[in-house]
Ligand binder design. Structure first.
Ligand SMILES: C[S@@+](CC[C@H](N)C(=O)[O-])C[C@H]1O[C@@H](n2cnc3c(N)ncnc32)[C@H](O)[C@@H]1O
Length: 416
């Protein structure tokens, strides 16, 4: 059964502290808030999101609106719903939104998902799953996926997440030490081929697990999860009371590559269709249009100047443009946050500093500057938590440069 989802308005979840610095870091294994149904990269902990929201007594009593413009797997939207707040979660990655919807839905009356008949013919020509799976295995997965068309949206999300899990299990060999860089089969002989019965058992095991984790909830509040861009939010101006969010960091994580197998199940081939990949903040693809017109605050400008002057190859070319594009997306997201928030709103932002070669990327300071330029002031001192394992610690070539420690920061802003 789903945990703690039927609390009265104004309640504080058991075990959630109301004061003191709680780290946003998700524990290695987190079951609270259904985080284990499909652990999403760089998600923050459910308890931490509840803790932030529990500080807002007025909104808890009046039922305010919470927004996460980089909602990922929906930790914020689920925490808000659990506490009786209205929640809006936006993410450009449709994979994230299926998980976020699964975590927020009511499963008291869900149709049972039956093993599909093998007779149903499905064309697998040009199927994006063929980058990892052999033709007959792709066909069987598609038969399962199509079975979701007749069972209603909640069961369809349950089936889709179960298939995400099954595909991850059988394609594990395409994952390297960097969890966000998924390889593809170079030729047909490298693809995974499974007997239909074996695959059916794997899929059914995951359906049973996911079904055992989701439960019925009687929250009075609805969650709205949408595939949308943080640079252009489909949210009314001055309508949001609280933001709890964490944008992508300036670490060159490509969320489209990280979720390429799940996107393939949804019919999106990131190799031939670059639109999703190029729209994501932090993407390693450089868009055609120039970002040169955005003017940044001091910390961002200093970072760009240091990258430009770095003597390593492509620093003044590709890497400078990539950093500028990231900062421009961050600035557009902050513009939109400023537009949709009420004057009394609070913004809780989780960001992590990083390194570009030996240059410190002070993302927390950059956000403080950029937010100040838009009328936001820090409500209290930033809470900083040391980060022990970063992607650079996994990347041998990046270890050539000497780097310092990095921290993850929780920044809380109110209008200045
Ligand atoms: C750090 S993750 C958020 C994780 C989330 N807090 C959780 O607990 O699962 C950042 C998210 O931003 C999303 N994202 C990247 N670019 C975006 C854009 N332009 N608009 C909306 N979402 C975007 C990514 O898909 C990713 O899910």
């Amino acid at each position: 059964m789903q945990e703690a989802l039927a609390l009265p308005l104004g309640a504080v979840l058991p075990g959630v502290r109301k004061a003191g610095a709680l780290s946003p870091k998700r524990p290695a294994v987190e079951t609270a808030g259904l985080a284990d149904v499909f652990p999403y990269y760089a998600g923050f902990s459910f308890d931490w999101a509840c803790h932030q929201l529990a500080l807002h007594e007025t909104e808890l009593l009046s039922g305010g609106t919470v927004l996460d413009p980089w909602n990922g797997s929906g930790t914020t939207t689920l925490a808000a719903q659990s506490l009786g707040l209205n929640a809006i979660g936006l993410d450009l990655n449709p994979v994230a939104n299926v998980i976020a919807k699964l975590r927020a839905q009511n499963y008291s009356q869900v149709a049972k998902i039956k093993r599909p008949s093998a007779g149903r013919d499905v064309s697998v020509d040009d199927d994006p799953l063929a980058a990892w799976l052999a033709g007959p295995t792709v066909r069987r997965i598609r038969q399962w996926f199509n079975a979701g068309e007749d069972v209603g949206s909640a069961a369809q999300d349950l089936l889709t997440v179960s298939l995400f899990r099954a595909i991850r299990e059988v394609t594990k060999r395409f994952e390297g030490s960097n969890p966000t860089w998924v390889k593809r089969a170079k030729e047909g002989s490298e693809t995974v081929s499974l007997a239909s019965d074996e695959l059916d058992e794997i899929v059914e095991r995951h359906i049973a697990f996911v079904s055992s984790r989701v439960g019925s909830q009687s929250s009075p509040r609805q969650v709205c999860v949408a595939t949308a861009d943080s640079r252009n939010m489909p949210v009314a101006s001055s309508s949001v009371d609280i933001i709890v969010t964490s944008p992508p960091y300036l670490t060159r994580i490509d969320y489209a590559v990280a979720y390429s197998r799940e996107l393939a199940l949804l019919g999106i081939n990131i190799s031939s269709d670059r639109s999703l990949r190029s729209g994501l903040m932090g993407t390693t693809l450089i868009r055609r249009q120039s970002e040169a017109s955005v003017s940044f605050g001091e910390a961002a400008s200093r970072l760009l100047s240091l990258i430009q002057k770095h003597d390593s190859k492509a620093s003044s070319g590709y890497y400078l443009r990539q950093a500028r594009q990231y900062l421009s997306d961050l600035a557009s997201g902050l513009d939109e946050i400023t537009r949709v928030c009420r004057n009394s709103a609070t913004v809780h932002l989780v960001v992590q500093d990083s390194f570009y070669k030996d240059i410190h990327v002070p993302l927390a300071d950059i956000c403080i500057d950029e937010a100040a330029m838009r009328g936001w002031a820090l409500k209290n001192e930033p809470e900083r938590f040391p980060v022990r394992r970063t992607l650079t610690s996994l990347n041998k070539s990046a270890q050539f440069y000497k780097k310092g420690d990095v921290a993850e920061s929780v920044l809380t802003f109110i209008r200045g």
